[in-house]
Structures are given as structure tokens and as C-alpha cells.
Design a protein around this ligand. Sequence first.
Ligand code: MRU
Length: 378
Amino acid sequence: MRFNGIHYRTIWPDPQDNRQIRIIDQRQLPHEFVVETLTTLEETIIAIREMHVRGAGLIGATAGFGMYLAALAAPSDGFSEFMTAAGQRLDASRPTARNLLWAVERVLQAMTQSAEPEEQRRIAFATACAIADEDADFCRRIGEHGLAIIKEISRRKNGAPVNILTHCNAGWLAFVDYGSATAPIYAARDAGIPVHVWVDETRPWNQGTKLTAWELQQENIPNTLICDNTGGHIMQQSMVDMVIVGTDRTTHTGDVVNKIGTYLKALAAYDNNIPFYVALPSSTFDWRLDKGHDVPIEQREEEEITTLSGKDTDGKTRTLVLAAKGTRALNYSFDVTPARLITGLITERGIIKPEKEAIHRLFPEAGQHQDVIFQDRL
Ligand code: MRU
């Protein structure tokens, strides 16, 4: 994606010194574009837990590089025990996004090709780079597949702008490049199809306000910010042609776990006969779980709900207290959208119904390499 006309990925090793992993500190957006450097496993865990980086794909790519940084520090004697413990610590940093454990296991699995620590460090780096490259490539392909849906809606509207509603940020910032939900939008723009995006603000962390609206502006995609409660109303007013969201974990039966509030958008779309698509790379599938309700749902601090922070007009970051002292808040970060409310899953291999048979038909190799190293809590 471009920022100020320059193409960036959201994570990259320094080309002069690959022991330094660069990320964009997303807590500073949209006001400041701050590049941060990770050099240790501990810094990587903090970056994931405290949401310097976020979004399923980027959490996975960051975990891959975190395993490489851990490998650099691992003692030759006790190397594999150290790496298993590093993987468990990374996995515990955020509980919901499937890509995190997937990436940790992939690096651990790849390192079993050698028993020599120096070679294992080289493998860890190569695997982390492969995870990042693959994430970008899969999102690009999601864009190509999703484009067909937007094209068809545009044809039916005789070329009038296609209005797409999205929730949270499943854009470039949530992945390594392109994004999942945004990739079809960028592909439509490149194909000359006029699009307009309704951006849910996405309380409490405001990923829509702070990230998605900014990201779309960087790419010159017309967009309008709406508060989370507006979606149902504008769907009733025929102002939404389709919904595309991302997902943090999708069961192999098609249930989707995504940012809190996604379920309500799916219900409203269903009631108004509006197609509701979920875009995901296959790294987000959980091949072990049958039910979305078995996915661990992260709960975050109450202050994210009772306060609001942002830049004041003097340029200083300030936090405002909204709620009365002592107000209790319940801050679930994700919810479950059952497969029956979803029109289709847009994956790197094509678009499928959110059904077990269709998912396994498209990914016949699925689940063969899972849990080879250590059994995670679900
Ligand atoms: O808490 P976050 O910001 O890490 O949540 C992830 C999200 O941005 C969304 O739920 C997104 O749609 C799925 S991640 C591609």
C-alpha cells in the first residue's frame, strides 16, 4: 500500500541488518506514521499484545519474525526447548486470531529440518519471510476473486458506484499488504469500477475511524465514516450493495469470528437481503474447531470503553474520561457470526459457501500439518 505515494509493507526486515524487524506503530495512526524496530522476542510480544501491530494476518507475520528473533537469542544447548517456550509465550499474547499459532507452528515445524542451531536460525528467518510474502500474495489473490462480485454488482447498477460496508480494519494494516476485505476494493478501483466504502468506526478501539478511513484515503478510495449503529439504517435505505469484512478465525465449518459488532451487521444484511462476504487467507482457518463458539474471545480493559483518546487541537494526545467514576464495562473484542448468515468466503483459491464440504474441497490438504509441535489451548 502507498503512504505519501511510497509503497510500504506493514512489516519488513531491515535490508542492511535482518536482525532488525520494522513495523508501523498503528497506535499512532492516523496522526503520525511511526516506524518501530523489533529486535527481541519480548519486544515482539509487547507489540502484539499492546496492538502496535494488529489484524490476523499481520499478527501472524509478526509472530513469524518473533520466532526468528527468539532463535537468534536461543542458546545452542537447549535450543529446541527455548524455541517451544518462545512459541508458547507468543501464542499467549493475543488469544483469538488463528494466524498467530499457525505462524508459530509453521516456523517450529520448518526448523525440524535441521538439528544445527545456526541452520535453524537461517530456516526461521526464511520461513518468517515466506509467511509475510505469502500473506501479501494471498491477499492480492483474494482481491482478484472478490473483484468478480463487485463487477457483477456494478453491471447491475449500470456503472453507478458500488457501496460497500466494512467493519473494523481488515485492510493493508491488518495484513502484510493489500488487506483481505480491502483487496477486492483496490482491485475494483484498478479495474475502473467506481466504489464507495461505508467505514464502521468500530468502537471501542476505533480501527475503522483511525485506520480504515485513513488507509482508504491514502489509496484515493471514496469513503464515509459511520458510527457503528448506522449500518442497519442505511441498509434499509438501500444505501449498501454489499458487506465485506475480514475474520480473525474461521472454523472449518464456516463460522466466522471477527471484530465485535460483525454479527449485528450480518443480521442486518441478512434481513435486508444484502450479500455479506468474509475475505480471508487460508491461514485464518481453524481446522480443529467445529463451532465458532469454541473460539476463545479476547476481553480487553474496561478503560477502552469508558475513555476515549486522540489528538487534541494543540497536537497533543489526550485521553478523555466519558463514563462516571466507578462505571463497569464489559469489553469483548470479537463475536461469532454463524455460517448461515454469510453469503460467501473469499479466499486466495476462490469464493466458496461457508460450508464444511466446500471448504475442504477447496483445501483438501487442510489440517494435515496441524499441532505437530505443541498442543495449544483452543
Ligand atoms: O483487534 P484487532 O484490531 O487485531 O482485530 C482484528 C481486526 O482488525 C478485525 O476483526 C478484522 O476484520 C480481522 S483481522 C484481518
